[in-house]
Design a protein around this ligand. Structure first.
Ligand code: AMP
Ligand code: MG
Length: 335
């Protein structure tokens, strides 16, 4: 199969493919998604196959408007409506009890479904014109860093899916914030993103960051969200996070330097840093936008081991840290 690269004037082709139960690459404001009709079991099966995704890792369902969630869920608590008014369309996914319009294959066998209303105009139009709820996990091979350009999707999915819509580089660069709701108005953050704990705190006094956001699960521990269990976002290179100031970081890298050793540092570090490096922005927002692209570029350079300056663990930095500790297999050195 030859994979077509479509521009946004060719949305009619993309809409036809979705209606026919095919899987296509779609730009969103977070990362590129691998989209198909969420209500069509065969179409959803193709997503799992294309990604090589474990069957128990659920797909998020994208709708044009949060009010549409009533068609696909058993019930919607008041707080979910309030969150939707404030943050939708946008990078927030709310896990809700699903009804049987969402097949079990889509929800990874769970009786809940994550609902998101994307802000990206191409994704919005695709949902509206196809009239379908669209499942769209990140458009990478399972385990690899998420794609933030159409070219990244092409690299992972060429010959596997019929088309990719090129919408340029994604605005945010990390996936949506995923939350569940407990006891009426407690918000549990299952995956951090651009909608930060502080922002969610404006809607509820009870916001919990799930323990698995910042650390690995203990052996045998049950995940509140299946995606937490899997190795994720990993390039071929060995990633190691170092929590320290620049001086100690530089000293450490010097002591462990050699062929294939790279560092991933902040833009402001570069002048004083004497070793091989890439930089990933100067604040959390830029780091989020660049992190997956840099992990892919490090593979292109045949990096073997990469020492990473640790991002902040608050605000949007929490999302960057969450992705990085997974790509590092939880290998963090504190100096
Ligand atoms: P991705 O599709 O790559 O953006 O990953 C979506 C992630 O959202 C999954 O790995 C899960 O961890 C989480 N998720 C989606 N649906 C649910 C759900 N029903 N319950 C808990 N977590 C979910
Ligand atoms: Mg993913």
């Amino acid at each position: 199969m030859e994979t077509m690269l479509l521009d946004e004037n060719k949305l009619d082709i993309a809409v036809e493919l979705i209606k026919r139960g095919e899987v296509i690459g779609i730009p969103t404001e977070t990362v590129y998604g691998l989209g198909a009709d969420a209500s069509d079991e065969n179409a959803v099966r193709k997503i799992f196959q294309a990604k090589g995704r474990p069957a128990d890792n659920p797909l998020i369902v994208h709708l044009a408007d949060f009010a549409e969630a009533e068609k696909y869920t058993e019930s919607i608590p008041d707080i979910a409506w309030r969150l939707s008014e404030k943050f939708m369309p946008g990078a927030l996914t709310i896990v809700l009890p699903k009804n049987n319009r969402i097949p079990l294959i889509t929800s990874g066998g769970l009786d809940t479904v994550g609902i998101r209303v994307p802000a990206h105009p191409i994704m919005q139009r695709l949902i509206e014109l196809s009239g379908k709820p669209i499942s769209a996990p990140s458009a990478n091979k399972s385990g690899y860093p998420s794609p933030t350009t159409a070219q990244h999707v092409m690299r992972d999915m060429s010959g596997i899916i019929p088309a990719i819509i090129d919408g340029g580089e994604c605005q945010y660069g990390v996936e949506s914030t995923v939350i569940s709701i407990e006891n009426g108005d407690t918000i549990r953050i299952l995956r951090p993103g651009f909608i930060t704990p502080e922002m969610l705190g404006t809607v509820s006094d009870n916001v919990i960051v799930d323990k698995a956001v910042l650390a690995g699960l203990e052996t045998g521990e049950k995940a509140s969200s299946p995606g937490m269990k899997y190795k994720h976002y990993s390039p071929s290179a060995d990633i190691v996070i170092i929590e320290s100031d620049l001086e100690k970081f530089t000293e450490y890298v010097g002591g462990h330097y050699g062929e294939g050793v790279y560092s991933l540092i902040f833009d402001d570090d570069t002048e004083k840093f004497p070793y091989r490096y890439m930089s990933y922005g100067k604040d959390s927002q830029e780091q989020a936008k660049q992190i997956f692209r840099r992990l892919r570029e490090l593979d292109d350079c045949q990096a073997v081991r990469v020492y990473v300056r640790s991002p902040e663990k608050s605000g949007i930095g929490l999302a960057v840290y969450n992705r990085l500790i997974r790509s590092a297999g939880f290998e963090v050195i504190r100096l």
